[in-house]
Each structure stands twice: as C-alpha cells, then as structure tokens.
Design a protein around this ligand. Structure first.
Ligand code: FES
Length: 106
C-alpha cells in the first residue's frame, strides 16, 4: 500500500507498506523520524500520533475506544483527523493516502 509520510519539517517519505503492517511499523522500520512508537504498537504510548488526510479519513474505520482514550494523551495538538499510526493497518483501501506527523510525540 503506497503511503506518504510528511514530517513536521516538511520531509516527505513515500513507502510501500506491506498489507497488514501498521503505518507505525512501516515508518519506524524506514527511519521516518516523526513517529516513535515506544510501546511497540499496543496502543499504549501515543507516540505514533499522526494526522490523516481526507482519503484515509474516509477509508479508515472509526478509532476504537482504546485509541480514542490514548489520543487524549498526545503531546502535540489533537485534531479531528488525529489517529494513532500503530492502529492503522495497510490495505488496498488506504492506497495513496498521506499522513502528516506532528512536531513532537512526547
Ligand atoms: Fe504506542 Fe501506537 S505505538 S500507541
């Protein structure tokens, strides 16, 4: 799944994320700086905060209660399109999506 990650400084990285991988896994595996993923993807640290674009907003299922709770704890501004990248699994519906990363994760 082709996903573009845009860091707060403007650096953009386009990755082909294998189906079933989370966007956090793909970003950390490729050294995208704007995502930390300290808890390893178990929705417990909120350091994989990202802002999703309209395509992803429409394609993604709503955030789970657990994800919404963790979004209360993000370090940067929370916005209507805030999500946790470890809870976003790559698949065909997300093809071409872009996530923008906040200035800080902790
Ligand atoms: Fe910890 Fe996503 S990696 S909440």
């Amino acid at each position: 799944t082709h996903i573009t990650f845009v860091e707060a400084c403007g650096t953009s990285t386009a990755l082909d994320v294998p189906e079933g991988w989370s966007l956090m896994q793909a970003a950390t595996a490729h050294g995208v700086d704007g995502i930390l993923g300290e808890c390893g993807g178990s929705c417990a640290c909120a350091t994989c905060h990202c802002y999703v674009d309209d395509l992803l907003m429409a394609a993604l299922p709503p955030a789970s209660g657990n994800e919404r709770d963790m979004l209360e704890n993000v370090a940067a501004e929370r916005r209507p399109n805030s999500r946790l990248a470890c809870q976003i699994k790559a698949g065909p519906a997300l093809q071409g999506g872009t996530v923008t990363l906040p200035e800080r994760q902790e």
